[in-house]
Design a protein. Structure first.
Length: 398
């Protein structure tokens, strides 16, 4: 894409705390580009039937926009009233792009600019919708070392404050979006570390991609930052300062003992996939039943397996170096269907999995509650007997 004076909207997305605000402020400093606060438009749209917004046009559409809130409603952050939105929409076609443009285009014209940019990090979960409604728009993803992203997340009021929960939070965003950027030719991926170390080079390449001329003032965000960060978002305050390359690889300075090993055990495959350094080594690949998220709330149990040399991603070439970990109680943790014959099939499936693991000399563990119920259903009792004779060990859940 290299079309000068293009007016096609541009979207910036990224896993939260990856540098989207910095990038938005840089683009907003361009004489042709405007970018306002986050709209989070597609998150609410995903919960709404689009045709409902076209009824009693434009009243339902305006109410929809005012229902998107970031402390205040999004239109208020854009300095727009219901009357202004109504006037804009009244004689225009009933469409989703027009509803979003009622915010972004009016803001753009007030700024005296020619092309609008929308930045909402969590729109990375809705890139398919962006492409559906804006088929020609560049979608810019910014990536940052997941460990730095997680460190930044846990300092905010809206993300998980627990380190392990934040790692799962990051992985969820990545799993639901990474496939899109592997196939869409109107997408562009920029790395935060490259941006803060070589800002001019990276912004020039991005400008070429979106069809804009590079302007030196794009590297100075002190003024444009006020457009993209509201006073109610103190975690974005660094965008008002000079670029700081020391914000790269913060995890090397701030991680506590054992945190990097846990991070690499849980998301090491994605750390490698994006070209970041891994320093830990693991001897075995663990398979968790019913899923790795089953260990999410059991920190000491997770740490036990990590310290024992288990990673929770990938497939070991040698199955003898695999670990099978069954977490929780069959009925309470939904290992089994509620009704017959599903319960029987599920039980046989699990037993088959255990037996195959034992024959392959895999390490098998049952992570069990301290208050494991005394009364169990027949299927659960059968599984308990199988574990008694096949499991290498039992770990008590904390």
């Amino acid at each position: 894409m290299n079309i000068k004076n293009d007016k096609t909207p541009v979207f910036i997305v990224g896993i939260p705390r990856s540098g989207t605000t910095l990038l938005a402020a840089m683009l907003a400093a361009h004489k042709r580009l405007s970018c306002g606060p986050e709209t989070r438009f597609f998150r609410l749209l995903a919960k709404t039937h689009p045709h409902e917004l076209f009824k009693s046009w434009p009243d339902h559409a305006v109410n929809f926009l005012f229902n998107i809130t970031l402390v205040k409603s999004v239109p208020e952050h854009y300095g727009l009233t219901k009357d202004q939105l109504n006037s804009y929409l009244l004689n225009r076609e009933t469409s989703i792009p027009v509803i979003l443009s009622s915010l972004t285009e009016q803001y753009m014209k007030r700024e005296g600019k020619d092309r609008w940019v929308e930045k909402s990090p969590e729109h990375i979960l809705f890139v398919d919708d962006i492409r559906k409604y804006f088929p020609q728009s560049p979608i810019i993803r910014i990536l940052r070392d997941p460990r730095d992203t997680v460190l930044s997340m846990i300092k905010t009021p809206w993300a998980p404050h627990d380190f392990v929960a934040a790692l799962f939070y990051w992985r969820n965003f990545d799993e639901k979006s990474s496939h899109f950027f592997q196939s869409d030719d109107k997408c562009y991926t920029l790395f935060y570390e490259d941006l803060v170390h070589s800002p001019e080079t990276e912004i020039k390449k991005l400008c070429e991609f979106i069809g804009e001329e590079y302007q030196p003032q794009m590297l100075i965000t002190q003024h444009s930052a006020a457009n993209v960060a509201t006073k109610d978002e103190p975690w974005k305050r660094l965008v008002f300062h000079d670029l700081d390359s020391s914000r790269a690889s913060v995890w090397k300075r701030e991680f506590k003992d054992g945190q990097n090993r846990i991070a690499e055990a849980l998301i090491g495959d994605r750390i490698t996939a994006y070209g970041y350094e891994r320093v830990e080594s693991f001897q075995r690949t663990a398979s968790i039943f019913p899923s790795v998220k089953s260990l999410k709330k059991y920190r000491r149990s997770l740490a036990y397996f990590v310290e024992d040399g288990n990673q929770f991603w990938g497939n070991a070439q040698d199955v003898k170096n695999q670990t099978l970990i069954f977490v929780g109680e069959p009925d309470r943790d939904k290992w089994l269907s509620y009704q017959k014959p599903g319960r029987w099939w599920d039980t046989l499936h699990i037993i088959n999995k255990i037996v195959k693991g034992r024959l392959a000399h895999q390490h098998i563990y049952w992570v069990q509650d301290q208050d494991f119920p005394a009364k169990l259903g027949f299927c659960s009792r059968m599984l308990a007997i199988v574990f008694r004779f096949t499991a290498e060990g039992q770990v008590t859940l904390d």
